[in-house]
Design a protein around this ligand. Structure first.
Ligand SMILES: Nc1ncnc2c1ncn2[C@@H]1O[C@H](COP(=O)(O)OP(=O)(O)OP(=O)(O)O)[C@@H](O)[C@H]1O
Length: 252
């Protein structure tokens, strides 16, 4: 069984058919890229996969379970986590606390225990601190655990967002333009980090990206969207050499 199976997905905004007849199959462990020109519908696909938008047509299966039209929190519990094009961190909270927010899927001490600070509360808090630090260490961010998120350099804030998404223990991680705004050195670091987290966390990754170096460097498969429709799909080298893709997106 494939990890993600999307069939005939579509959505309309008034008269605009933003995504149409979109099909996508992702196998467990793959690193998959979704590319295409501005306005092609990539983020709209992410928004449907994560329950932010309700698709007008089609089905989404995660690990065989129909998650079409479910609420965002439910989809996250089922195993999909994401980052956003514009960083969405809690800037006035510490790096550690930003990751701990993501851990609430896995740790629970009940409201009463939390309010009355019962012994279990402190045990759970300690376990959460340990787990959050473990995740942060993969990004080399454990030393900055007490720093306010907004005080991190830009590239590190993007990595913290990925760390927070990983804290929800996803099967599938969606990254929306993870290299946006990064300099070439930060992008190179990010490529290594993405490859590393797939290995360390055993997570399957679908990413939207315009940086072709990153895409061709780490994605095994690609789907190209153009005007809301799949233009090309398959192994990265085949897709990047597809004349239709070169014409519509990469430039001749
Ligand atoms: N909530 C919405 N209401 C109306 N139109 C929308 C909405 N969300 C997206 N669209 C439209 O759907 C189309 C696809 O947008 P989307 O943001 O998914 O493109 P994209 O491929 O992610 O682009 P980019 O690379 O610039 O981020 C665009 O024409 C956009 O204006």
């Amino acid at each position: 069984m494939s990890l993600l199976e999307v069939t005939n997905l579509g959505i309309s905004f008034g008269g605009l058919r933003a995504v149409d007849e979109f099909n996508l199959t992702i196998e467990q462990g793959e690193l998959y890229g979704l590319i295409g020109p501005n306005g092609a519908g990539k983020t709209t696909v992410f928004n449907m996969l994560t329950g932010i938008y309700q698709p007008t047509d089609g089905k989404i299966f995660l690990d065989g379970k129909d998650i079409t039209g479910k609420k965002t929190a439910e989809i996250n519990k089922a195993g999909i986590a994401r980052t956003f094009q514009n960083i969405r961190l809690f800037g006035d909270q510490s790096v550690l606390d930003n990751v701990k927010i993501g851990l609430h899927n896995s740790f629970d001490y009940g409201t009463a225990t939390g309010i009355f600070r019962l012994p279990k509360y402190f045990n759970v808090e300690k376990a959460m601190d340990d787990k959050a630090l473990e995740i942060l260490s993969v990004f080399g961010l454990d030393k900055e655990a007490d720093v306010l998120a907004s005080n991190l350099p830009y590239g590190k804030q993007r990595e913290l967002e990925i760390a927070r998404a990983l804290a929800t223990n996803p099967k599938l991680l969606l990254l929306d333009e993870p290299a946006a705004g990064m300099n070439p050195n930060e992008t190179k670091d990010l490529m290594n980090t993405i490859a590393l987290i797939r290995k360390e966390f055993g997570v399957t990754i679908l990413l939207i990206e315009h940086d072709m170096k990153l895409v061709s460097g780490i994605c095994e498969k690609l789907t190209v969207l153009n005007f809301g429709r799949v233009l090309s799909q398959g192994q990265t080298t085949d897709v990047l050499n597809d004349p239709e893709v070169i014409k519509a997106y990469l430039g001749e």
